[in-house]
Design a protein around this ligand. Structure first.
Ligand code: TYM
Length: 326
């Protein structure tokens, strides 16, 4: 069976962009692949974290994985720092990476902008991400569009290592959804929806109550021409809402355009409120059921043991190929 790997950072405020860009695909791929889903806590510490909050967010993301429909009987769910192979492989890949290519990563450039010196962890972030993926001989990586450059770098590093040490890594492909690969902020559709934006109405968090969902969508930035049409360049706000509607319901954007012809933004937004609230209600219920249960930690322990047994096999092969150890 081919293998899928993906991860989400435990940084709170998991939102509709994370769901439509990644988590929804996690669930859909479970029947056809062996799926490995990770909570990437070591990526989270590339920026300062409060230890108690980090612990809480790790369990929040784990519970959200299950709440959206990841099935621990089928898929492996675990916390990155519980499997030592991630850090170990990361070093081996660091020795096969170049500062030039890492300096070109847009995420690093954004996060280190106007700073004389940036944390080295932020710089090495994509190498740890490559280690996550390559450790599991991954074929497919479901992620949103913002991770495209990181996946390309992972493929470059894997290809480079295979050139030196043939047969070491499986070269993975990214897997991007048709709709939802880039959900934009509701208050500013030129920026992507993000966990860290100050304005809570810029995003819909997966655990938002219906009243908050309503407020955020009704306030969402549109334009003044009153036509419900997909046009990213000239109508980014309306296009983003159409994209969300389509990704949540499976109805195509062109069908939505036809159905809402002659109707106003108010009607369209009201329907989108209903669609979003209906989609998130079962996720919130399941989250509340599982978040504080002992089952959750047991699932993560089992997941780490299963992940570790795959990781150890890969590490033995990689070390042998590199000529490391006894
Ligand atoms: P993270 O935690 O920022 O985001 C988790 C997933 O959500 C996607 N995403 C979005 N998709 C659509 N629209 C948006 N506005 C949006 N915002 C976020 C992200 O693309 C991602 O799929 N580097 C990764 C975590 C990671 C990882 C990995 C992923 C670490 N190791 C190995 C895959 C494989 C990240 O920061 O995701």
């Amino acid at each position: 069976m081919k293998r899928v790997f993906s991860g989400v950072q435990p940084t709170g405020n998991i939102h509709l962009g994370n769901y439509l860009g990644a988590l929804k695909q996690f669930v859909e791929l479970q029947n056809d692949y062996q799926c490995v889903y990770c909570i990437v806590d070591m990526h989270a510490i590339t920026v300062p974290q409060d230890p108690a909050e980090l612990k809480k967010h790790i369990l929040d993301v784990a519970a959200l994985y299950l709440a959206v429909g990841v099935d621990p009987e089928k898929s492996i769910v675990f916390v990155q720092s519980d499997v030592s192979g991630h850090a170990e492989l990361s070093w081996l890949l660091t020795c096969n990476s170049y500062t030039g290519e890492l300096s070109r990563m847009t995420q690093f450039k954004d996060k280190s902008k106007n700073k004389e010196s940036a944390p080295a962890g932020l710089f090495m972030y994509p190498v740890l991400m490559a280690a996550d993926i390559l450790l599991y001989d991954t074929d497919l990586v479901p992620v949103g569009n913002d991770q495209k450059q990181h996946i390309e770098l992972c493929r470059d590093i894997a290809g480079r290592v295979n050139g030196k040490y043939p047969g070491t890594f499986v070269i993975p492909d990214g897997y991007f959804p048709k709709e939802g690969a880039r959900i934009m902020a509701l208050d500013d559709p030129t920026k992507k929806m993000s966990k860290s934006a100050e304005n809570i109405h810029s995003r819909i968090s997966l655990l938002d109550e219906p009243s908050k969902i309503k407020k955020s969508i009704m306030k969402a930035t549109t334009d003044s021409d009153g036509i419900i049409r997909f046009d990213i360049e000239n109508k980014p706000g309306v296009s983003n809402l159409l994209n969300i509607y389509s990704a949540l319901t499976g109805e195509s954007v062109s069908s939505l355009e036809t159905r809402y012809e002659g109707k106003g933004y108010g009607d369209f937004k009201k329907d989108l409120v209903t669609v979003t609230a209906d989609a998130l209600a079962p996720i919130r219920d399941k989250f509340n059921e599982i978040r504080y249960s002992s089952e959750l930690t047991q699932i993560l322990r089992d997941g780490a043991a299963r992940a570790d047994s795959i990781a150890q096999k890969t590490m033995a092969r990689v070390k042998e190929n590199f000529g490391l150890g006894l």
